[in-house]
Ligand binder design. Structure first.
Ligand code: NDP
Length: 328
């Protein structure tokens, strides 16, 4: 028993506070596996949790950090033994269960995925929840029967975490990727990930028509609101759009026109409660399709003490790609 360094969110008279503390082992929550965390990341949801801009945290005190990678330190479950490398995303970790911005976590064995062979903990967190969600989106489009032969695919929020990894994965799979971004300065970055065309997000972010010109066969949308409505209205006959985010807004001001006149499908993507079998499939594919150099080109590495600053920046749309957090 001892203490370890952690970022802790507490309820305050007005809103919440986030401070670095020495956290007691004995205050860890129930679980059958204890993990020594080596890396975490900063996702959009972590930004919401740390700044308190949205009520993401449902239990106080909370250690935020919705994902982490590390090594099993103690296990009461035969599925894992001491020394196993593992990755965790979702399941309410960092929201209702103590999360990844700490040197240690105790969690349910069912929540852990063995780190795929060849993937380092740092690269697993370069992927993190955002990359895992991008992969789930692509698996959903593929299950719908869509292939690169159907036509181009559009990716919104392209310079962000989900968007960057979606662009890289889709380009690698042979799709012509149209990357939508509000940051023209990131056009070269997006091309380096494999984007064929860059679209200014202003073209899609305002109110649109129920049906527009058919421009793409598929989409991965991490933005929601008018952007998703416009992506749907410009999707080709029989196409599909995977909706996984709300960076512009939670609303969806659309009509049934794309669905009933073009047979377009809207595919919902949730990474938090995703069943274990699909998690293992997605992680295997991520480890295979994204090499180390590609992951390095879309990620920056920060220390735990830098996380509050990155949390503000990610909500302001100022973070490019992915942020890995090293935990001492
Ligand atoms: P990032 O902040 O890294 O990326 C979001 C991107 O969206 C930004 O980089 C920006 O891209 C774009 N964007 C931001 N604000 C706006 C706006 N007002 N209008 C249009 N575009 C905007 O976040 P993540 O990639 O980590 O997450 C993206 C979204 O996906 C979030 O809403 C997050 O909550 C959600 N998410 C959902 C998951 C699920 O399980 N369904 C799991 C993981 C994430 P650019 O600068 O290129 O325009």
């Amino acid at each position: 028993m001892g203490t370890f360094k952690a970022l802790r969110i507490d309820k305050a008279e007005k809103g919440t506070t986030a401070n670095f503390v020495d956290f007691n082992d004995s205050d860890l929550m129930d679980g059958d596996v204890t993990v020594k965390i080596s890396h975490s990341t900063v996702n959009y949801k972590d930004g919401l949790a740390i700044t308190g801009r949205s009520p993401v945290v449902r239990r106080f005190p909370m250690i935020p950090g919705i994902d982490f990678a590390g090594v099993v330190e103690a296990s009461d479950n035969p599925a894992f033994k001491v020394g196993d490398a593992v990755v965790l995303t979702g399941w309410g970790v960092g929201e209702t269960h103590l999360g990844g911005y700490a040197a240690r976590a105790r969690v349910k064995a069912d929540w852990l995925v063995p780190l795929p062979t060849g993937l380092s903990p740092a690269h697993a967190m370069a992927i993190g929840t955002a990359g895992f969600t991008a992969m789930l989106s692509i698996l959903a489009l593929e299950s719908h029967g869509l292939t690169p032969a159907a036509g181009p695919v559009v990716v919104t929020g392209a310079a962000g975490g989900v968007g960057s990894i979606a662009v890289a994965l889709l380009a690698k799979a042979g799709w012509d990727v149209i990357a939508v971004t509000g940051r023209p300065a990131e056009a070269d970055y997006l091309r380096s990930l494999g984007a064929k065309e860059i679209l200014d997000r202003a073209e899609l972010s305002g109110p649109g028509r129920p049906l527009g010109k058919e421009r793409w066969a598929a989409g991965v949308d991490s933005v929601g609101s008018h952007t998703l409505a416009n992506v749907l209205s410009q999707t080709r006959y029989g196409g599909a759009v995977a909706a996984c985010g709300l960076a512009q807004g939670m609303d969806l001001p659309t009509s049934v026109a794309p669905f009933i006149l073009r047979g377009v499908s809207l595919l919902g993507i949730d990474s938090v409660m995703c069943p274990k079998g699909r998690r293992i499939t997605a992680w295997a594919r991520l480890a295979h399709d994204l090499d180390a150099a590609r992951l390095d080109s879309m990620s920056q590495t920060v220390k735990l003490e830098d996380v509050p600053g990155v949390a503000e920046a990610i909500l302001d749309g100022k973070v490019r790609g992915r942020t890995i957090v090293t935990i001492d």
